[in-house]
Unconditional design. Structure first.
Length: 427
């Protein structure tokens, strides 16, 4: 029987999940993307080439891998075909891609609504990518969303667009924004429906069949657990749940099928957009980390905020996801820093805590408690084993293991897939 492995972001996203997914995909038969949309981004590097993925699963580079975009996603089909065209120009055109007929569609007006809602929030703006993800999920929950199955069925599509525009145009018009024509949208999405139809299938049924065939399946996360709509730093979160618990719901399978959950974390912490970030700091060291680690958003190119590794966050993520392994990414970025810090707890109103408060205003008051560790000067970008790491680097990793009571199964010492050291086979 094959394994069903979930790769989960263990911070606020951008942890290097794309690289780990690409690395593990060499032993997987199937790669599944279960939630989110093109607000997420993976940068994958191999053969000295960089590839940026926003919607397409990371197994697209291997023609033998089945790639599935599951029902929990919200898909902008225009962005999807733009991405496939870019991959085609880069020589990636032999792939197996299946799209759930139950996935929701990001319509053009969702992008306008996203921008409008951020504008109306003013200083309380979340800092979204303005890709229309939140409004698409809003329509889904409001039961007026348009799904992949709907744009294939031109008989009912016009009525569904009409039902949407009753609400959407009213909001846009009231805020002096452009409104939409149901006929123009209908004509556009009839064409898109024909374009997307060859990829569309009931992916829940397909996954069930692949599981019973004993296939090795990799479920890749988008964003990170701290951006989970339920268990993240609400309200500065995404509009879906990028946790292991969300995989069964978003894919139409039972949770009993999941065999392993691998948490992916950087050797430090980053965050894009607004929101509390206890270990954030800004000095010459953070600037060095940002430049060395190329800490700029894959989707937005926004400079990422930099912080020390936060084990309170990782404890929370371990509990919420049931992590049974940890992957430490960008370890090489810390080379040359004289003293490293790891946050082990917070101070809140004179009390030491090792959990994340639900009350956002309380979380903003949390002051990190650090332990200090000596850094290393050696270049580790070519190491192939734990034993080859400098002693201080080994100590950094074992300290994380001891405090979290979890084994590090993979660590990364560079952007290329070959610069990945496996301590325990995942598949």
């Amino acid at each position: 029987m094959g394994k069903r492995v979930v790769v989960i972001g263990s911070q606020w996203g951008d942890e290097g999940k794309g690289k780990i997914t690409d690395f593990l995909a060499s032993k997987a038969d199937v790669v599944v993307r279960s939630q989110g949309g093109n607000n997420a981004g993976h940068t994958i590097t191999f053969d000295n080439k960089k590839f940026a993925l926003h919607l397409v699963p990371s197994g697209v580079f291997n023609p033998n891998i089945i790639n599935i975009m599951a029902s929990g996603m919200v898909i902008n089909p225009v962005a999807l075909f733009e991405e496939l065209n870019i991959l085609n120009k880069q020589g990636i055109n032999n792939y197996r891609l299946y799209i759930s007929n139950r996935a929701h569609i990001v319509m053009p007006y969702h992008l306008d609504l996203d921008e409008l809602y951020e504008e109306l929030k003013g200083e309380e703006a979340v800092g979204t990518t303005k890709k229309g993800i939140g409004p698409a999920y809003m329509d889904k929950v409001a039961r007026i969303g348009i799904r992949v199955a709907d744009i294939i069925d031109s008989n009912t599509l016009l009525q569904k667009i009409r039902n949407n525009l009753i609400f959407t145009n009213m909001i846009l018009k009231a805020n002096n924004k452009k409104t939409y024509s149901e006929e123009i949208l209908y004509d556009e999405f009839v064409k898109i429906g024909k374009q997307i139809e060859p990829f569309v299938i009931d992916t829940s049924i397909l996954l069930e069949e692949l599981i019973h065939e004993g296939k090795n399946i990799l479920f890749e996360g988008a964003q990170g657990t701290m951006l989970c709509i339920d268990h993240g730093t609400y309200p500065f979160v995404t509009s879906s749940s990028p946790t292991a618990a969300s995989i069964p719901l978003n894919c139409g399978i039972t949770g009993n099928y999941i065999t392993d959950v691998l948490g992916v974390t950087k050797a430090y912490t980053t965050r894009v957009g607004e929101g509390v970030f206890p270990t954030e700091f800004e000095d010459e060291t953070s600037k060095k980390i940002r430049i060395t680690g190329n800490e700029f958003g894959t989707t937005t190119r926004r400079p990422r905020r930099i912080g020390w590794l936060d084990l309170v966050v990782l404890k929370h993520v371990k509990r919420v996801n049931g992590l049974n392994g940890l992957s430490i990414m960008l370890l090489d970025v810390l080379s040359g820093i004289e003293e490293l810090k790891i946050c082990t707890s917070y101070e809140l109103n004179g009390k030491t805590i090792d959990y994340i408060p639900a009350n956002y205003d309380e979380y903003k008051k949390c002051i990190p408690n650090y332990i200090n560790l000596k850094g290393w000067k050696e270049d580790i970008s070519k190491v192939k084993s734990f034993e080859e790491l400098p002693i201080n680097c080994q100590k950094y990793l074992t300290t994380i293991e001891e405090i979290l009571d979890i084994k590090i199964t993979v660590f990364s010492v560079g952007p290329d897939r070959e610069q990945t050291v496996t301590l325990k086979n995942i598949f």
